[in-house]
Write a protein that binds this ligand. Sequence first.
Ligand code: GAR
Length: 195
Amino acid sequence: MKRLVVMVSGFGSNLQAIMDACRRGEIQGQVVAVFANRKAGLERAREAGIDAVYRPLKPFKGSPDPRAAYDEALARDVAVYKPDFVILAGWMRILTPAFLRPFGNRVINLHPALPGHFAGTHAIERAFAAWQDGQIEHTGVMVHRVVEEVDAGPVLATAVVPFEPGDSLERLAERVHKTEHRILVEAIAGLCAPT
Ligand code: GAR
């Protein structure tokens, strides 16, 4: 059983998909802790009896390099759980090498766009606007290993999400999230499969 630490900033629907897949045995792993820099997703972990750790940036704001200090402390706290993989499931803070270095290539990110497209926040909204402007005909989602560059790095899984005639942002977002839940679980299952 691989040990997974999941990090979230938002609602936690992808965290839920991971926990459900572990419970059903689709992922041969267990979520040993959930870390959040905003509280919203933590309740899901607590309900499942999983350690839920809240780590806001605020206490680090006084230090000379708040981001590095925060990332260093976060890496130390995450490492206590001895994760095989650290899964960023809607983690919306850019991680510096101070966090990434200790975990090598074992930090995995989900991004609601295809490789090389719409890095950063509001990717779904920006893809929708690009479709409305006639620039793209489909968008998608990807799961990748994390490198220093934001929403880039070796790709583990992708899925295309087509636009539909008369599409709305809400409907697109719903399809993107449904697709995310599927490919994130598939990618983690692949990583956790016995070799
Ligand atoms: C997901 O759409 C995920 O791809 C995105 O945050 C959302 C979290 O949803 N992540 C990024 O944009 C990373 N750049 P959730 O909290 O319901 O899982």
